[in-house]
Write a protein that binds this ligand. Structure first.
Ligand code: GYE
Length: 311
Protein backbone atom coordinates (compact mmCIF):
# COMPACT_ATOMS: atom_id res chain seq x y z
CA UNK A 1 0.00 0.00 0.00
CA UNK A 2 1.16 3.52 -0.73
CA UNK A 3 1.82 6.01 2.02
CA UNK A 4 -1.33 7.87 1.02
CA UNK A 5 -3.57 4.82 1.45
CA UNK A 6 -2.12 4.06 4.89
CA UNK A 7 -2.76 7.64 5.86
CA UNK A 8 -6.45 7.77 5.14
CA UNK A 9 -7.79 4.32 5.94
CA UNK A 10 -11.45 4.49 4.97
CA UNK A 11 -10.73 6.30 1.74
CA UNK A 12 -7.95 3.94 0.72
CA UNK A 13 -9.95 2.75 -2.29
CA UNK A 14 -9.31 5.98 -4.13
CA UNK A 15 -5.61 6.16 -3.36
CA UNK A 16 -3.49 5.68 -6.42
CA UNK A 17 -6.31 6.42 -8.85
CA UNK A 18 -5.90 8.92 -11.64
CA UNK A 19 -8.99 11.02 -12.33
CA UNK A 20 -9.48 13.60 -15.06
CA UNK A 21 -11.58 16.65 -14.16
CA UNK A 22 -12.91 18.83 -16.96
CA UNK A 23 -13.94 22.06 -15.28
CA UNK A 24 -15.92 24.81 -17.05
CA UNK A 25 -13.72 27.72 -16.02
CA UNK A 26 -13.91 30.18 -13.15
CA UNK A 27 -16.88 32.39 -14.01
CA UNK A 28 -18.14 32.63 -10.43
CA UNK A 29 -16.99 32.50 -6.84
CA UNK A 30 -18.97 29.31 -6.44
CA UNK A 31 -17.13 27.65 -9.35
CA UNK A 32 -13.71 28.71 -8.02
CA UNK A 33 -14.66 27.15 -4.67
CA UNK A 34 -15.77 23.95 -6.37
CA UNK A 35 -12.37 23.72 -8.05
CA UNK A 36 -10.49 24.18 -4.76
CA UNK A 37 -12.68 21.69 -2.92
CA UNK A 38 -12.23 19.10 -5.69
CA UNK A 39 -8.45 19.50 -5.52
CA UNK A 40 -8.51 19.27 -1.70
CA UNK A 41 -10.68 16.14 -1.82
CA UNK A 42 -8.35 14.51 -4.36
CA UNK A 43 -5.30 15.27 -2.26
CA UNK A 44 -6.92 14.02 0.91
CA UNK A 45 -7.80 10.74 -0.79
CA UNK A 46 -4.45 10.23 -2.52
CA UNK A 47 -5.93 10.69 -5.99
CA UNK A 48 -3.87 12.03 -8.86
CA UNK A 49 -6.22 14.68 -10.29
CA UNK A 50 -5.65 15.83 -13.86
CA UNK A 51 -7.31 19.24 -13.99
CA UNK A 52 -8.39 20.92 -17.22
CA UNK A 53 -9.93 24.40 -17.35
CA UNK A 54 -12.14 24.77 -20.45
CA UNK A 55 -12.41 28.57 -20.37
CA UNK A 56 -16.21 28.29 -20.86
CA UNK A 57 -15.89 26.34 -24.13
CA UNK A 58 -17.54 23.00 -24.73
CA UNK A 59 -15.04 22.17 -27.48
CA UNK A 60 -12.23 22.48 -24.92
CA UNK A 61 -14.12 20.15 -22.58
CA UNK A 62 -14.55 17.58 -25.35
CA UNK A 63 -10.82 17.79 -26.16
CA UNK A 64 -9.90 17.38 -22.50
CA UNK A 65 -12.17 14.36 -22.12
CA UNK A 66 -10.67 12.74 -25.23
CA UNK A 67 -7.24 13.35 -23.71
CA UNK A 68 -8.31 11.67 -20.45
CA UNK A 69 -9.64 8.67 -22.38
CA UNK A 70 -6.35 8.40 -24.31
CA UNK A 71 -4.43 8.47 -21.01
CA UNK A 72 -6.61 5.68 -19.63
CA UNK A 73 -7.71 7.47 -16.46
CA UNK A 74 -9.70 5.55 -13.81
CA UNK A 75 -12.64 7.97 -13.98
CA UNK A 76 -13.68 11.27 -15.49
CA UNK A 77 -15.37 14.13 -13.65
CA UNK A 78 -17.00 16.75 -15.85
CA UNK A 79 -19.01 19.90 -15.13
CA UNK A 80 -20.80 20.26 -18.48
CA UNK A 81 -20.98 23.91 -19.56
CA UNK A 82 -24.14 23.37 -21.63
CA UNK A 83 -26.69 20.56 -21.59
CA UNK A 84 -26.53 19.40 -25.21
CA UNK A 85 -23.82 17.91 -27.43
CA UNK A 86 -22.25 15.26 -25.19
CA UNK A 87 -23.36 12.02 -26.84
CA UNK A 88 -20.32 11.38 -29.04
CA UNK A 89 -17.58 11.99 -26.47
CA UNK A 90 -19.37 10.30 -23.58
CA UNK A 91 -20.04 7.27 -25.78
CA UNK A 92 -16.29 7.11 -26.36
CA UNK A 93 -15.71 7.15 -22.59
CA UNK A 94 -18.31 4.44 -22.14
CA UNK A 95 -16.71 2.26 -24.80
CA UNK A 96 -13.38 2.71 -23.03
CA UNK A 97 -15.15 1.57 -19.80
CA UNK A 98 -14.26 4.76 -17.96
CA UNK A 99 -16.93 5.83 -15.48
CA UNK A 100 -18.08 9.44 -15.92
CA UNK A 101 -19.38 11.60 -13.07
CA UNK A 102 -21.26 14.79 -13.90
CA UNK A 103 -20.62 17.51 -11.35
CA UNK A 104 -23.11 20.33 -10.65
CA UNK A 105 -24.78 20.46 -14.11
CA UNK A 106 -26.89 17.98 -16.04
CA UNK A 107 -27.02 16.98 -19.69
CA UNK A 108 -29.73 16.09 -22.20
CA UNK A 109 -29.82 12.67 -23.74
CA UNK A 110 -29.84 9.08 -22.52
CA UNK A 111 -28.69 8.75 -18.93
CA UNK A 112 -26.56 5.69 -19.68
CA UNK A 113 -23.96 8.14 -21.01
CA UNK A 114 -22.71 8.66 -17.47
CA UNK A 115 -22.48 6.78 -14.18
CA UNK A 116 -23.78 9.36 -11.74
CA UNK A 117 -24.60 13.05 -11.53
CA UNK A 118 -23.88 14.95 -8.32
CA UNK A 119 -25.82 18.21 -8.40
CA UNK A 120 -28.32 20.37 -6.60
CA UNK A 121 -31.99 20.28 -7.59
CA UNK A 122 -31.89 23.37 -9.77
CA UNK A 123 -35.64 23.55 -10.38
CA UNK A 124 -36.11 23.49 -6.61
CA UNK A 125 -33.54 26.29 -6.20
CA UNK A 126 -35.57 28.48 -8.55
CA UNK A 127 -38.72 27.55 -6.68
CA UNK A 128 -37.25 28.39 -3.29
CA UNK A 129 -36.17 31.80 -4.63
CA UNK A 130 -39.61 32.40 -6.18
CA UNK A 131 -41.47 31.31 -3.06
CA UNK A 132 -39.41 33.70 -1.00
CA UNK A 133 -40.44 36.56 -3.30
CA UNK A 134 -44.12 35.56 -3.32
CA UNK A 135 -44.11 35.69 0.47
CA UNK A 136 -42.12 38.91 0.66
CA UNK A 137 -44.30 40.75 -1.88
CA UNK A 138 -47.48 39.57 -0.15
CA UNK A 139 -49.94 40.35 -2.94
CA UNK A 140 -48.53 43.72 -3.95
CA UNK A 141 -47.64 44.39 -7.60
CA UNK A 142 -44.07 43.47 -8.38
CA UNK A 143 -42.18 43.75 -11.67
CA UNK A 144 -39.23 41.37 -11.70
CA UNK A 145 -36.11 41.50 -13.85
CA UNK A 146 -34.23 38.25 -14.30
CA UNK A 147 -30.52 37.66 -14.89
CA UNK A 148 -30.14 34.23 -16.42
CA UNK A 149 -27.09 32.01 -16.21
CA UNK A 150 -25.14 30.77 -19.21
CA UNK A 151 -27.50 30.13 -22.13
CA UNK A 152 -28.15 26.43 -22.63
CA UNK A 153 -26.71 25.40 -19.24
CA UNK A 154 -28.84 23.18 -17.01
CA UNK A 155 -28.88 25.68 -14.09
CA UNK A 156 -30.07 28.51 -16.35
CA UNK A 157 -32.85 26.37 -17.81
CA UNK A 158 -33.95 24.85 -14.51
CA UNK A 159 -33.64 27.89 -12.26
CA UNK A 160 -35.82 29.85 -14.68
CA UNK A 161 -38.39 27.07 -14.74
CA UNK A 162 -38.55 26.67 -10.96
CA UNK A 163 -38.92 30.39 -10.33
CA UNK A 164 -41.67 30.70 -12.96
CA UNK A 165 -43.50 27.79 -11.32
CA UNK A 166 -43.31 29.45 -7.92
CA UNK A 167 -44.73 32.77 -9.11
CA UNK A 168 -47.31 31.22 -11.48
CA UNK A 169 -50.06 31.50 -8.90
CA UNK A 170 -49.21 35.08 -7.93
CA UNK A 171 -50.79 37.32 -10.57
CA UNK A 172 -49.28 40.46 -9.01
CA UNK A 173 -45.73 39.26 -9.81
CA UNK A 174 -44.50 39.57 -13.40
CA UNK A 175 -41.13 39.00 -15.06
CA UNK A 176 -40.77 42.07 -17.26
CA UNK A 177 -37.24 41.49 -18.54
CA UNK A 178 -34.98 38.46 -18.73
CA UNK A 179 -31.51 38.21 -20.21
CA UNK A 180 -28.34 36.21 -19.73
CA UNK A 181 -25.54 37.59 -17.57
CA UNK A 182 -23.42 34.47 -18.13
CA UNK A 183 -23.03 33.82 -14.39
CA UNK A 184 -20.41 36.60 -14.09
CA UNK A 185 -20.27 39.78 -12.02
CA UNK A 186 -19.22 41.95 -14.94
CA UNK A 187 -22.05 40.76 -17.19
CA UNK A 188 -24.55 40.93 -14.33
CA UNK A 189 -23.67 44.57 -13.81
CA UNK A 190 -23.75 45.42 -17.50
CA UNK A 191 -27.11 43.76 -18.18
CA UNK A 192 -28.62 45.30 -15.03
CA UNK A 193 -27.54 48.74 -16.25
CA UNK A 194 -29.56 48.09 -19.41
CA UNK A 195 -32.59 46.95 -17.38
CA UNK A 196 -32.43 50.08 -15.21
CA UNK A 197 -32.21 52.41 -18.22
CA UNK A 198 -35.08 50.67 -19.99
CA UNK A 199 -37.30 50.73 -16.89
CA UNK A 200 -37.48 54.38 -15.93
CA UNK A 201 -34.10 54.44 -14.20
CA UNK A 202 -35.18 51.38 -12.23
CA UNK A 203 -38.35 52.91 -10.81
CA UNK A 204 -40.49 50.30 -12.61
CA UNK A 205 -38.50 47.45 -11.09
CA UNK A 206 -39.54 45.89 -7.79
CA UNK A 207 -37.18 42.92 -7.66
CA UNK A 208 -34.17 41.26 -9.25
CA UNK A 209 -33.91 37.49 -9.55
CA UNK A 210 -30.37 36.43 -10.49
CA UNK A 211 -29.48 32.82 -11.29
CA UNK A 212 -26.31 33.22 -9.22
CA UNK A 213 -24.91 35.48 -6.51
CA UNK A 214 -22.07 36.83 -8.62
CA UNK A 215 -24.47 38.39 -11.12
CA UNK A 216 -26.49 39.75 -8.18
CA UNK A 217 -23.37 41.34 -6.71
CA UNK A 218 -22.63 43.03 -10.05
CA UNK A 219 -26.25 44.15 -10.35
CA UNK A 220 -26.23 45.57 -6.81
CA UNK A 221 -23.38 47.84 -7.90
CA UNK A 222 -25.40 48.97 -10.95
CA UNK A 223 -28.46 49.69 -8.77
CA UNK A 224 -26.36 51.82 -6.41
CA UNK A 225 -24.80 53.73 -9.31
CA UNK A 226 -28.33 54.44 -10.59
CA UNK A 227 -29.06 56.13 -7.26
CA UNK A 228 -31.38 53.44 -5.89
CA UNK A 229 -31.08 51.28 -2.79
CA UNK A 230 -30.59 47.59 -3.52
CA UNK A 231 -32.43 45.44 -1.00
CA UNK A 232 -35.01 48.17 -0.41
CA UNK A 233 -35.97 49.97 -3.66
CA UNK A 234 -35.17 46.82 -5.60
CA UNK A 235 -35.30 43.49 -3.77
CA UNK A 236 -32.50 41.08 -4.65
CA UNK A 237 -32.82 37.28 -4.57
CA UNK A 238 -30.22 34.91 -5.99
CA UNK A 239 -28.61 31.47 -5.71
CA UNK A 240 -25.24 29.98 -4.53
CA UNK A 241 -24.61 31.45 -1.06
CA UNK A 242 -21.07 32.65 -1.74
CA UNK A 243 -19.39 34.71 1.02
CA UNK A 244 -19.86 38.06 -0.74
CA UNK A 245 -23.64 37.75 -0.86
CA UNK A 246 -23.64 37.40 2.95
CA UNK A 247 -21.79 40.71 3.17
CA UNK A 248 -24.53 42.20 0.97
CA UNK A 249 -27.23 40.60 3.13
CA UNK A 250 -25.60 42.02 6.24
CA UNK A 251 -25.48 45.49 4.62
CA UNK A 252 -29.18 45.24 3.69
CA UNK A 253 -28.31 45.29 -0.02
CA UNK A 254 -29.45 41.74 -0.81
CA UNK A 255 -32.49 39.93 0.54
CA UNK A 256 -32.20 36.19 0.02
CA UNK A 257 -29.99 33.47 -1.42
CA UNK A 258 -30.30 29.71 -1.88
CA UNK A 259 -27.26 27.70 -0.84
CA UNK A 260 -25.61 24.93 -2.78
CA UNK A 261 -22.46 23.20 -1.63
CA UNK A 262 -19.27 23.57 -3.66
CA UNK A 263 -18.39 20.04 -2.53
CA UNK A 264 -19.85 18.06 -5.43
CA UNK A 265 -16.63 16.03 -5.75
CA UNK A 266 -16.80 14.47 -2.26
CA UNK A 267 -19.97 12.43 -2.95
CA UNK A 268 -18.61 11.57 -6.43
CA UNK A 269 -15.36 10.21 -4.94
CA UNK A 270 -17.36 8.24 -2.34
CA UNK A 271 -19.53 6.68 -5.05
CA UNK A 272 -16.49 5.90 -7.21
CA UNK A 273 -14.68 4.23 -4.30
CA UNK A 274 -17.64 1.92 -3.67
CA UNK A 275 -17.93 1.14 -7.36
CA UNK A 276 -14.26 0.18 -7.61
CA UNK A 277 -14.31 -1.76 -4.35
CA UNK A 278 -17.14 -4.20 -4.97
CA UNK A 279 -19.03 -3.01 -8.02
CA UNK A 280 -21.72 -1.15 -6.03
CA UNK A 281 -23.64 0.81 -8.65
CA UNK A 282 -24.21 4.34 -7.36
CA UNK A 283 -27.60 6.08 -7.67
CA UNK A 284 -28.06 7.88 -11.00
CA UNK A 285 -28.36 11.21 -9.24
CA UNK A 286 -27.01 12.40 -5.92
CA UNK A 287 -28.86 15.54 -4.95
CA UNK A 288 -27.38 18.12 -2.58
CA UNK A 289 -29.35 20.39 -0.24
CA UNK A 290 -31.00 23.72 -1.17
CA UNK A 291 -31.26 26.00 1.83
CA UNK A 292 -32.66 29.52 1.93
CA UNK A 293 -30.83 32.32 3.76
CA UNK A 294 -32.17 35.81 4.42
CA UNK A 295 -31.02 38.90 6.32
CA UNK A 296 -32.49 37.26 9.44
CA UNK A 297 -29.93 34.43 9.40
CA UNK A 298 -26.97 36.24 10.96
CA UNK A 299 -25.22 36.78 7.61
CA UNK A 300 -21.84 37.89 9.00
CA UNK A 301 -21.61 34.72 11.04
CA UNK A 302 -22.31 32.64 7.93
CA UNK A 303 -19.77 34.74 6.03
CA UNK A 304 -17.09 33.86 8.57
CA UNK A 305 -18.06 30.18 8.55
CA UNK A 306 -17.80 29.99 4.75
CA UNK A 307 -14.12 30.86 4.77
CA UNK A 308 -11.95 27.80 4.40
CA UNK A 309 -14.71 25.86 2.65
CA UNK A 310 -12.99 26.46 -0.67
CA UNK A 311 -13.91 30.17 -0.76
O1 GYE B 1 -24.61 28.21 -9.46
C1 GYE B 1 -22.93 29.25 -10.77
C2 GYE B 1 -21.90 28.61 -11.60
O2 GYE B 1 -23.47 24.96 -12.35
C3 GYE B 1 -24.59 25.03 -10.29
O3 GYE B 1 -22.52 27.49 -12.18
C4 GYE B 1 -23.51 25.61 -11.12
C5 GYE B 1 -23.58 27.10 -11.36
C6 GYE B 1 -23.45 28.00 -10.14
O4 GYE B 1 -21.07 29.34 -12.26
O5 GYE B 1 -22.40 30.20 -9.92
Amino acid sequence: ASAASLLIGASAQAAGMTIGFSQIGSESGWRAAETSVTKQQAEKRGVDLKFADAQQKQENQIKAIRGFIAQGVDAIFVAPVVATGWEAVLTEAKEAKIPVFLLDRGIDGPDDLYTTMVASDQVLEGKVAGQWLVKDVAGKNCNVVELQGTTGSSPAINRKKGFEEAIAGASSIKIIRSQTGDFTRAKGKEVMEGFLKAENGGKNICALYAHNDDMAVGAIQAIKEAGLKPGTDIKVVSIDAVPDIFKALAAGEANATVELTPNMAGPAFDALEKLKKDGTVPPKTIITESKLYTQADDPMKVYEAKKGLGY
